[in-house]
Ligand binder design. Structure first.
Ligand SMILES: CC(C)(COP(=O)(O)OP(=O)(O)OC[C@H]1O[C@@H](n2cnc3c(N)ncnc32)[C@H](O)[C@@H]1OP(=O)(O)O)[C@@H](O)C(=O)NCCC(=O)NCCSC(=O)C[C@H](O)C(=O)O
Ligand SMILES: [Mg+2]
Length: 294
């Protein structure tokens, strides 16, 4: 039986133009790979990056890692060719940059079907423009549109800072309303959401703090730019032993015959409701999926 919960704790970007990185990714303990054709690739290297990504994805070897190709915007000189190449290579998902509205995703989904793309090919959306922040709920609702197959938001905090002129300062106070709006929009649409990148990848303490903040906010994971960020990211976004034990305990309590007609019970001096047991089931599911990967 396949695991019902898919951990997306870490998603590592790598430029498609960097063949060494595409190869190295096969040995990294990371949940998702974001093979980039967009901002990490210079205009003169777009064609090389596209052919390297097609070759890498078609050849496989990435195991249980979720493989996602970030295309250039469909209205750029490279977007159409990127999408056609991605559909041919058939990764797990296509990541659409600078999504402003549901129409942007519907357009890409329509093109994927016209190209004969696999019905299993999902869309992910970069949330990184002022328009996207204003339309977050409507974009998130594409998670329930079976024609679009949106399954994840990715916060693009660098572009968001550029477009809004808000500062990416420690603690991210200025970003917080948008980040939390997108968390709510993702949950309403039934999809996952990944936090933005932390650019100062040599600053381990700063990165750990931002991971903890993202986990507190309800993010499912974080996007990364360097392999050295993976371990700390997994620490923040994996359920702890205590959380797993508590989840198992409260679920076991609710399964007891004497609690079958109760909505709220006391466990270890705390009030526990069935909603906590539901939350616990997700913790257990994610923990089991992580364990199953070995
Ligand atoms: C930031 C980097 C340019 C640093 O590269 P480099 O100086 O080569 O780093 P190291 O020497 O420390 O590398 C050590 C080894 O690790 C491999 N490596 C490095 N980065 C990656 C990676 N991302 N994926 C896989 N492997 C990686 C190196 O090849 C070395 O390997 P080896 O030689 O075998 O020892 C670089 O890390 C980098 O390019 N990072 C990704 C940048 C990127 O993709 N940016 C775009 C996404 S961010 C963004 O756009 C978010 C959003 O849209 C927004 O708006 O916010
Ligand atoms: Mg961006």
């Amino acid at each position: 039986m396949s695991a019902p919960f898919r951990p997306r704790r870490s998603a590592l970007y790598m430029p498609g133009s960097n063949a060494r990185a595409l190869e190295k990714a096969k040995s990294l303990d990371v949940d998702c790979l974001l093979l980039d054709l967009e901002d990490a690739v210079a205009p003169d290297a777009k064609d090389l990056a596209r052919s390297q990504i097609v070759e890498a994805v078609s050849a496989g070897g990435y195991g249980s890692r979720e493989v996602v190709v970030r295309i250039n915007g469909i209205d750029t000189p490279w977007g159409e060719a990127d999408l056609e190449a991605a559909v041919g290579a058939n990764p797990d998902a296509v990541l659409v940059p600078k999504v402003n509205s549901p129409a942007d995703l519907q357009r890409v989904a329509h093109k994927i079907s016209a190209l004969g793309g696999s019905p299993d090919l999902k869309l992910w959306a970069m949330m990184e423009t002022p328009e996207a922040m204003l339309n977050a709920g409507a974009i998130g609702a594409c998670g329930k549109d079976t024609q679009v197959r949106l399954s994840c938001f990715v916060m693009g905090t660098n572009d968001l800072a550029k477009e809004t002129r808000a500062r990416l300062s420690p603690g991210r106070a200025a970003m917080m309303p948008w980040l939390m709006t997108c968390v709510a929009a993702a949950r309403a649409g039934g999809i996952d959401i990944l936090d933005g990148v932390f650019n100062a990848f040599q600053d381990e303490d700063g990165f750990a703090e931002e991971c903890a903040q993202g986990a507190d906010m309800g993010m499912d994971g974080k996007t990364l730019i360097h392999p050295k960020q993976i371990v700390s990211c997994h620490k923040a976004f994996s359920p702890t032993e205590d959380e797993i034990a508590w989840a198992r305990k409260i679920n076991a309590e609710f399964e007891k015959p004497e609690n079958s007609d109760k909505g709220a019970i006391q466990v270890d001096g705390k009030m526990v409701e069935r909603l906590h047991a539901e939350m616990g089931k997700r913790v257990i599911g994610i923990a089991d999926s992580i364990a199953a990967r070995g």
